[in-house]
Design a protein. Structure first.
Length: 380
């Protein structure tokens, strides 16, 4: 039977109990007796006791439930630049967490130990939405990031946490592949302030072969975010040698971004390392990232970055109008700051796209894991 919300949330901060079957919103019954999950384009049709491809949403009691509400794979305070977000509150700390499972099957997954997990013991930390928000506030985090695996599959947990964070003046960040259906998309992003969307490639063939998915819904998500919301948007593409690093493909991607999203949407090109089911492919050379950054800028992208490599120039922000150095970065550490309090170039006055404080944060490159006991509940 489905455990009721009321029974699960008598005291969501101090006596919080994660639910094995949290009721969800996006599903409908089919004529053949199955129940279809409508969170993502997969539209998994399930019989009683079955789970979807993501593994965390399943059919119990004739409805679709979430098995990971309140159950996390761990919590950590990161620099916001690690998400990566270079134009959203630079230098500030963000409390990051995820759960288990994923609705994509990427053979190159760099977080496969969590996103591909089919073991509930991966979820070692229990925490209520209010508990997460309180811990973020106590540590001075300006935002909470839903990351590591894709937060659209734990939409209800992320959404309740986002509401609790907003009550305390804390912003919300989604790190996602954007593979989400229209109704769930609207519900999920209504509670987010910034998003980094993983645009894995720019061909349907890549998405089909490497992710068992489709490019088109991701592009729909990007257009929705840019035209229908105020969510600050940045993009990341993990470049895999011989798979998605072709000059022509990169040029088409950049042209689409400028034409459909605008030139101010930052693009991050990051380095692949052999992992999961793609261990026979070599790491991405830093020259490939530099080439991709140049192609993007040559096609009108104002802010393009290299990632996962030591490249101060490729990681720093420059004024698109006069070329002045606006934000110097060395990995996740900020150096020179060339923005005015209004987010404009101190030399020519041109506005830099983004969400900026009058002064940068000072968190630096620290990574601070948090024990489960600090989240207001004991470990599993």
């Amino acid at each position: 039977m489905v455990e009721s919300v009321a029974n699960s949330t008598t005291d969501r901060t101090t006596n919080f109990r994660p639910s094995e079957c949290w009721p969800t919103e996006f599903w409908h019954r089919l004529d053949d007796g199955r129940v279809q999950c409508d969170v993502c384009p997969r539209k998994c049709a399930l019989r009683e006791g079955q789970r979807g491809l993501c593994f965390v949403r399943g059919c119990e009691g004739g409805v679709i439930v979430l098995h990971t509400y309140g159950r996390s794979s761990g919590f950590c305070i990161d620099p916001i630049e690690k998400k990566p977000l270079n134009h959203f509150l630079p230098g500030t700390p963000v409390l990051s967490f995820g759960t288990a499972g994923c609705n994509l099957t990427c053979r190159f997954c760099q977080n496969w130990d969590m996103s591909k997990s089919r073991e509930m013991d991966t979820l070692a930390a229990h925490a209520s939405p209010e508990g997460i928000a309180a811990v973020a506030a106590r540590h001075g985090c300006r935002s909470v990031a839903y990351t590591y695996n894709d937060p659209v599959i734990f939409l209800e947990y992320a959404g309740d946490t986002a509401e609790a964070c907003r009550d305390l003046g804390i912003r919300n960040v989604a790190v996602t592949a954007g593979y989400v259906s229209a109704g769930a998309r609207e519900r999920f992003f209504a509670q987010m302030d910034a998003a980094n969307v993983d645009l894995k490639a720019f061909t349907e063939d890549f998405y089909k072969r490497q992710c068992s998915a489709s490019l088109a819904p991701v592009l729909e998500t990007l257009e929705y975010l840019r035209s229908e919301t105020t969510v600050w948007l940045e993009l990341t593409t993990l470049l895999i040698p011989g798979q998605n690093d072709d000059d022509a493909e990169l040029a088409r991607m950049a042209e689409w971004v400028v034409g459909h999203l605008g030139p101010d949407v930052p693009m991050h090109f990051t380095a692949f390392h052999p992992d999961y089911k793609m261990r026979d492919v070599p790491p991405t050379p830093s020259a490939t990232l530099t080439r991709a950054r140049r192609i993007a800028m040559d096609h009108g992208v104002r802010y393009a970055y290299t990632g996962n490599v030591e490249d101060s120039e490729g990681g720093s922000t420059y004024c698109h109008a006069c070329g002045h150095l606006l934000i110097e970065r060395d990995w996740y550490r900020l150096g020179r700051w060339g923005l005015t309090a209004e987010g404009r170039c101190e030399v020519c006055g041109e506005r830099c796209g983004g969400v900026f404080d009058a002064k940068p944060g000072t968190w630096g490159a620290r990574r601070q894991p948090l024990p489960a006991s600090e989240m207001g509940a004991s470990a599993a």
